[in-house]
Design a protein around this ligand. Structure first.
Ligand code: LMR
Length: 330
């Protein structure tokens, strides 16, 4: 019964994906951020290149700002083939694989170049297929940038975070990271965060400069700490059944477009975050707090116990490979 059902489902999806006679294949690309961010720009570039090169055969619709699906339902929508492309943050996959939690470990990567090196090496590339059992294929890693802390207070020292509530993405590692500071971690969809900061339900958060800026947190987060304590990157994912039902020639062309878009997104992300940081600094609404080497070390020590806590789940081989990419340890 089950195999009859999955056979029918496959036929349905395959029919859907190869319906050139009835018009182009539709790829819906849903995401939760603004157009004017690394991921937002990547989605629009993908649409443009597909239109130019495969216009007759494939049509792309991009839905930014959680306008179609949000954090709570987008992965289920992908599994239902209601959207065909997503690029969730790597912190949002723990339900499908514990291994990607490596990216959430605080103070693991020195900078975005180190993250890039890990993603290109064998262990990092293998993680793209870590969710195949759930019918999710990873197509590429897209960068956003390093995470900074923001709050209603300066947070020069980790002890200042105790007692505050921080909005986090739905990641057990991030939850534990804030609990280690004596803070409360509140899992909230990205789309609900500004309202929670405004109402005072949470007093702090962590994100990349481009998200802190484009979500207009400045009026309610007067202090932003240049902590670079973690990374916010994405995996471009598709529904495997959908993807492998595409004709070989269309898939090869889409793969080539994705390679090109990935290169552009990853080259531009750092500059986009730098610009967002400068705009925040110039806004007059935010004090940028920088940390001395000693203060940064205090944050590292306060957060790092989560490494040990999650080593078994993530795999010590993966953590070891990730540690190797920092220049200091090369
Ligand atoms: C967040 O929820 O803070 C981020 O994952 C949003 C995003 O997609 O950049």
């Amino acid at each position: 019964m089950k195999s009859l059902f999955s056979g029918l489902l496959l036929a349905l999806l395959a029919g859907h994906a190869t319906a050139a006679a009835d018009g182009p294949i539709l790829i819906k690309f849903s995401h939760v951020v603004a157009d004017d961010t690394p991921k937002g720009q990547g989605a629009l570039l993908f649409k443009k290149l597909v239109e130019e090169r495969l216009g007759e055969q494939v049509r792309v619709e991009v839905y930014p700002n959680s306008s179609l699906y949000g954090d709570g339902d987008e992965l289920q929508a992908l599994l239902n083939n209601e959207v065909q492309l997503l690029a969730p943050s790597l912190s949002k996959f723990s339900q499908y694989t514990p291994k990607l939690q490596v990216f959430d470990l605080p103070f693991l990567f020195d900078d975005l170049d180190a993250v890039n090196r890990f993603q290109k090496r064998a262990k990092g590339r293998q993680l793209l297929s870590s969710m195949e059992k759930s019918d999710i294929t990873g197509l590429a890693y897209w960068h956003n940038g390093m995470k900074q802390l923001s709050a209603t207070q300066p947070l020069q020292k980790p002890s200042a975070a105790a007692g505050l509530a921080f909005r986090i993405q739905s990641s057990p590692v991030l939850e534990s990271q804030f609990q280690n500071l004596g803070a409360k971690a509140v899992k909230l969809p990205f789309a609900d965060t500004l309202q929670a900061l405004r109402s005072g339900t949470v007093q702090g958060t962590e994100n990349s400069w481009s998200n802190l800026y484009s979500q207009q947190y400045a009026p309610v987060q007067p202090y932003m700490v240049e902590s670079n304590h973690g990374v916010l990157d994405y995996m471009l994912v598709t529904n495997s059944t959908f993807w492998y039902s595409l004709s070989h020639s269309v898939r090869i062309e889409l793969d080539a477009i994705i390679d090109e878009v990935t290169y552009t997104v990853n080259r531009a992300a750092e500059a986009q975050n730098r610009e967002a940081r400068e705009r925040l600094a110039a806004s007059g609404q935010v004090t940028l707090v920088s940390l001395s080497a000693q203060e940064r070390e205090a944050w590292r020590q306060a957060m790092q116990p989560v490494w040990q806590q999650f080593e078994g789940e993530i795999g010590s081989d993966i953590i070891h490979a990730a540690k190797q990419v920092n220049r200091r340890s090369n």
